[in-house]
Write a protein that binds this ligand. Sequence first.
Ligand code: 1CP
Length: 368
Amino acid sequence: MDAVTSPTPDAPTRTASALPADHPLSRGITTDAPLLAAYRGEKPSSRPVWFMRQAGRSLPEYRALRVGVGMLESCVRPELAAEITLQPVRRHGVDAGIFFSDIVVPLKLAGIDVDIVAGTGPVVAHPIRTAADVAALPELDPEQLGPITDAVRICVEELGSTPLIGFAGAPFTLASYLVEGGPSREHLRTKALMHADPDTWDALASWVARTTATFLRAQVLAGASAAQLFDSWAGGLSLDNYTRFAAPYSARVLDAVADLPVPRVHFGVGTSELLVAMKDAGATVIGVDHRLRLDTANERLGGSTPLQGNIDPALLFAGDDALHRHAAEVVRQGESAPGHVLNLGHGVPPDTDPEVLTRLVAYLHELP
Ligand code: 1CP
């Protein structure tokens, strides 16, 4: 194999030929950003940090913009979605923007009757539970993603050398909302469907994989410099069930951007036993939640995969001394991996004091 033209999964190529000429990576604007260097397993010029759910309710400027505007409505107004994406970058000085949208946005744009209900999360009007329900699902046409690609273009123009991370929800997590009809703790109906009617599960997970892959690829082509797949609820599956019913469909989504020279980050909650399978699905970076030490995660992954994570979000409420001590320990454990991007073990809780986050970023940037 020719090492230049055939990148290994751990080392995305730095050539940007598969991207449009005006993409930040084609223009070399974000190529050497600390985030991307760490994602490639190289030594970054400074320690990169960003936070999952850094945009949103912890920021008063977000709450002000959202007055009278529904969550999904805000995602399809390009100027608004771009402004919300930029708010935490300006305020905290983080090393990446995460595109402001939601994992259910491509479902909504495809024509599914889904809404995000304040205080609850995504709610699906007509849950998808039978072969007939699945057969009636509408195909997403990339043309329907105009508001998304417009918003991404505004974001990358404003972000300059700070990379934008595009994202999508993984098929298992998204299918769980479709089958359950809303947020669920145990995903009982979803897991029952897999075993009771594997053909219908295959058709549903295949539809979700196509739809969410279209959403992810559109963001990367429009200017995102990295892609993250969120399989938030995969930790509810055993390794056997994950490998059989979830990983093949996540692999299709990651494969949909594998020809593009962007890192592919794969994250889930409670996925300590699934990390190797999540990497084998085609990820180049693994996001680790706060339940597993990063040095242990690195060992499980064979020491060849850059990691992202995993400050416990609860420590954001423990005072700066305890938080910074914990963060320094996470940094130390992350040093075992070929590359490390600081993040939380899950999203920023809505009632977090944003100044705690700003001080945490400054502390991490100053740490020797
Ligand atoms: O800064 C950012 O990260 C903003 C972009 C973003 C992302 C990456 C949002 C905006 N949502 C997501 C991903 C997302 N959405 C995930 C994966 C990440 C995770 O595990 O946190 C999931 C599971 C969802 C589904 C969802 N949307 C929930 C969870 C519900 C549950 O099942 O517990 C919720 C509460 C939402 C609404 C939502 N999405 C985003 C925001 C800012 C909000 C809150 C809406 C509001 O302001 O009222």
